[in-house]
Design a protein. Structure first.
Length: 323
C-alpha cells in the first residue's frame, strides 16, 4: 500500500535554539497584554472562537455547540452562546488572552501557538469526522520516476491550504526538519532552483489529489484518510501510489480553554463535552458538527494534546501567527 518513507528524527540543538529565538520575535508582540485586561470580566455569553476566512460557515457550524454549552453552564451565569470568527491565530490569541473567547477549537498547530501566546490550555480532543488522530502523507505515482524526497528538488508540489495542519504546516515543518528548502510559488508551472522544492496551494482536498492523478504536479501532501478516500472516489488504486513521507500522528482537533475561565467552569465543560455522545440529543448535535464522533480527554494528560508536533512547531510558528 505504501512505499518506504523517511523517518523523522528529533531536531538538532541548533534548530531548537533557532526556534526559541524566532519564537521570541513574535511572542514579544503580545507579551504586554495582560490576561483579562480588556473585557475579561463576567458576561452573559459563553464564547467559542474559530479561525477562518469564512465566518458565516463557521458561525453556522459552531453556534449549536456554543448554545449547548451555555445552557449546561447556566449555573455560572451564562445565558446564551456566541461564536467569534477571526482570520488569524494572532487575533485569536489576543481575544483569548483578554478573556473575550472561552474556548477555541482547531487543529494542533494553531491551537498550540495560541496556547503559548494566550496561556490557554487544552481541554479535550474533538473526533472531527469520526477521527481521533491523523497523519499527513506526501504521495506520488509509482510510475512518476520519483524514488525519494531528494528527487523533488527543482520541482513543484501541492499543499492544501495555508491554515491546514495536515495539508500544510505538518508536512512543511517535517520537510524543513529534514533539511529541505521550500519556496512558495504561484502555480505548478513555476520554475524553482535545483536546491529547493516549490509549493503552491490548491485550496481543495479533491483537487489536490487530482493534481497528482492527472500529472499537474508530481507530488502532493494531505492527510492519509483523505488521500485514500479520494483516490478511491477517483477510481484509482492506492497500490499504484507511494508515500515519500509520512508524518507523526497528531490529534485531529484540540479544544483549548482560556486562562481566564474558572476551574469549575472548565471541569463542567469537560464533562458536558465528553458526555455528548451518551444521549440521542447529543449524538444529533455531534453529527451536525461536521460529523464529530465524540469528545474525549487527552491521555495521559492535557499535555499529550501536542504529542508529535512540539519539536516541529518552531519551524513554522511565525507563519502560523502571521497568516
Amino acid at each position: 500500500m505504501v512505499g518506504t518513507g523517511k523517518t523523522l528524527g528529533g531536531l538538532a540543538a541548533g534548530l531548537i535554539l533557532a526556534a526559541v529565538v524566532l519564537g521570541g520575535l513574535w511572542w514579544w508582540q503580545y507579551a504586554d497584554l495582560d490576561i483579562n485586561s480588556d473585557g475579561g470580566g463576567a458576561r452573559a455569553t459563553f464564547v467559542i472562537g474559530s479561525v477562518s476566512v469564512d465566518s458565516e460557515d463557521d458561525i453556522k457550524e459552531y453556534q449549536p455547540l456554543a448554545d449547548y454549552l451555555a445552557s449546561e453552564l447556566a449555573e455560572f451565569g451564562y445565558q446564551g452562546g456566541e461564536v467569534v470568527v477571526v482570520k488569524s491565530a494572532a487575533e485569536m490569541a489576543k481575544l483569548m488572552r483578554r478573556g473575550r473567547v472561552d474556548l477555541y477549537i482547531d487543529s494542533p498547530f494553531p491551537t498550540y501557538a495560541v496556547d503559548q501566546l494566550a496561556e490557554s490550555e487544552p481541554l479535550v480532543n474533538r473526533w472531527k469526522k469520526g477521527v481521533e488522530k491523523y497523519r499527513t502523507v506526501l504521495f506520488v505515482k509509482k510510475t512518476s520516476g520519483v524514488k525519494d524526497l531528494n528527487d523533488l528538488r527543482g520541482r513543484v508540489i501541492a499543499f492544501d491550504h495555508p491554515e491546514s495542519t495536515s495539508g500544510y504546516f505538518l508536512p512543511k515543518a517535517s520537510l524543513l526538519e529534514l533539511g529541505f528548502k521550500l519556496t512558495e510559488v504561484a502555480g505548478p508551472e513555476a520554475t524553482v532552483g535545483l536546491d529547493e522544492i516549490g509549493y503552491y496551494f490548491v485550496m481543495d482536498d479533491l483537487e489536490l489529489v487530482k493534481s497528482v492523478v492527472d500529472g499537474t504536479v508530481v507530488a502532493a501532501a494531505t492527510n492519509e484518510n483523505e488521500t485514500v478516500e479520494t483516490l478511491g472516489e477517483l477510481g484509482e488504486q492506492v497500490k499504484n501510489y507511494t508515500y515519500l513521507l509520512t508524518t507523526p500522528y497528531v490529534y485531529r482537533h484540540v479544544v483549548t480553554a482560556g486562562g481566564h475561565l474558572d476551574s469549575r467552569v472548565k471541569e463542567h465543560a469537560i464533562k458536558d463535552l465528553i458526555n455528548l455522545d451518551k444521549t440521542e440529543e447529543g449524538r444529533a448535535l455531534l453529527k451536525k458538527f461536521k460529523k464529530t464522533k465524540k469528545f474525549t480527554p487527552f491521555v495521559p494528560n492535557p499535555e499529550a494534546a501536542y504529542s508529535g508536533i512540539e519539536e516541529l512547531l518552531g519551524l513554522v510558528e511565525n507563519e502560523i501567527i502571521e497568516r
